[in-house]
Design a protein around this ligand. Sequence first.
Ligand code: LLP
Length: 414
Amino acid sequence: MAGVAVDTTSENPAVRRLSDWSAARLRDLAGEYESPLYVVDLERVRENATRLREAFPDAAIDYAVKANARKPVLETLADEGLGAECASAGEVVRAHEAGFSTLRYTAVNPPARDLDRVTDLAAEREITITVGARDTLTRLADRGWTGRVYLRANPAVGAGHHEKVRTGGDPTFGIPADRVGEVATDAEEMGFDLVGLHAHAGSGILDDLGRHEALVERVSEIATELADHDLDAVSIGGGFGVPSHETEPPLDLPTLAETTREAFAVDARLGIEPGRYLVADAGVLLTRVNTVKPTPETTVVGVDAGMTALARPALYDAFHELRSLAGDASDRETVAATVAGPVCESTDTLARDRPLSAPERGDLLAIGNAGAYGYEMASTYNSRPRPAVCALDGDASWVCVRRETVSDLTRLDQ
Ligand code: LLP
């Protein structure tokens, strides 16, 4: 596929690298709010939304809330005019409270409690529900709700940065393509307002535009078979990638958009639902060095954030850039460092044998691309409270999620 050059020098570069963040500002924030600390820059979230809108001017863009559901992030994207794509009743409630004018709930094996909550809210405002199994229709009708639905098709095309995030070919997700037609007929006979079709290949598609093209073609074929149902919209899901290495080229968004337009052969509005692309490079995680231990193999750098703060390295072997924010970092020699959290499991390693400016106890480190699936996937394993989250907007900064405490954790015990 011919690549259109990506302009990385404009006011709104295709990616914000970890090296682009101001070390002095991040040091100040950690000084004020302590560590571990997630930082999310709302200006960058807006820039990402702008680039997406420019690349896909006619598409319905729904933000996949699961990537980052912090209140200021949701409010920012609602103000930008995006819709919300939600994975649970909790996300639906958050997106509703943040002011999104369109809400879609993608029900994957939906628990009864989620269906109750979402249909209650759908009695008050418009919510569209994406249904990935025939019996979800019955369960919704049993609750007296037969509103706007999308059908989720399994496109049998998977893509993404790791096998664990490729949903497209997995039978768990969506209705088998050859059954979508009969479920569409059932939906209408049951009185639902069938307005759309949806499919999602996976997450973190960066240079594999061929897979993306195959997905769009497949979804178009399935939509064509539903021509009699007069669909308003066809969503091709999310999955737009963000480079994790400093030197890796960014996603070529103009080419991706052009490929999508060419492969999208449907008489309905195109929908996209990116999560990561909007928020990944708008966030960093700050962590402080607790221990420096020279060993024959490597320098072990013990930090105050581990797999409970950032699960992605443990779960997907995800690579996150690391940067020392020590004032004299550039004067120090470089060592091979293994950066590990406080959990006694070898999965609690944020980086192995990574070149790092020789660390000292008390140094602050920044971990890049932490704006997507960072805080959202944090856990309290080891009874470790979750970090605080600080939002930035221009010169303003504030704690938008306070640091959890041990009392927060024990409060639920009875
Ligand atoms: N739409 C649906 C139906 C999805 O399941 C997802 C993500 C998205 C949209 C947004 O995908 P995105 O644009 O963010 O790639 N925790 C993993 C990612 C899991 C994504 C799950 N579904 C990670 O940290 O890489």
